[in-house]
Design a protein around this ligand. Sequence first.
Ligand SMILES: [Zn+2]
Length: 374
Amino acid sequence: MPLADPVALTSELVRFETVNPPGEERACAQRIGQLLEAAGFTVAYYEFETGRTSLVARLDGSGEGPPICFTGHIDVVPLGRAAWSRDPFAGERDGDRLFGRGTTDMKAALAAIILAATRLASLPRKTGIELVFTAGEETRCEGSHHLAAQPGALGEAGAIVIGEPTANVPLVGHKGLVRYLIKTTGVTAHASMPEEGDNAIHKIAEVVRRLERFAFGVAEHPVMGSPTLNIGTITGGLNINSVPDEAEIGVDIRTIPGQTAEGIQDRLKTALGGEATVTNIASEDSVVTDAGDAWVQEVYDVMEPLLGQRPEPATAVYFTDGSVLKPAYGGPPTVILGPGEPTCAHKTDEYCSVAKLESSTEAYLEIMRRWCGV
Ligand SMILES: [Zn+2]
């Protein structure tokens, strides 16, 4: 079957319901693999759980030099509570807008990558390309972590394009994240005799006050700015007529390059004193590439006429598989660039601009052509 245009292919991919949880990416991954195999790619599938399928597709070049990697995730987020005014799994078009869960984040980009790559496959080229389509990105990047842990699953990459929604504006990275549970303990007693107990909630309140003044002790990053800290949860106490003997908060920190989970944990312990225990429960690296990098400038050259102005160094507010894939490939220059509307991601009545989808397909092909020496 001949390949559809990017709008038809995006609609087809949207019709595979890959809402995560539970994910169920296998059927969509197999359809992508079938299209790429027909164009001459070698395709391998990897499942981190039954039906949770990522794929890696390779196309060789005739000469030396590492391939360029294009990547995107197959899963989409749940629909949310509000009713949709369109069928979220139909991929309906209305003027410039293509509606559906995952149009913006990020099946439009998958379609653009697939079509650009299949066109490249019919051209002579010196270097190859490697396409990585992951399962489970929206939860904790399980698919990319699984690929990175499988010897040989990922080949080489001299540069990476992550197709997350940027409205076709190339971005040079994003913050990382670390999360901690911070707990205080005390001694329970009857509420009528609080002096006999030791109140864990009073202690966690002091922790919260200290965190409001917490200083990371790092210089502002020229593009990303400063790290942030948010206390997102608080629990403590079992009943109102007892002195609570345990209280806990959940803290989410968005990091800039140079910060580590261990370094921040040490700093938290010093700031909070001995009364609180700090447990690290999640950590993902920030991603950054110098905007002065020659290849990043070449991406800017490709995008400048499409955008009507030269891109400025900027980073994404969200998190991507790049935290896993960039280090797994040895840290090549990486840009986040995709046709989706960043303001539409994860929302009710999510849509993608058809014009941006079409121009991103051309832009991806041009980025591939320049890298591969076509
Ligand atoms: Zn996404």
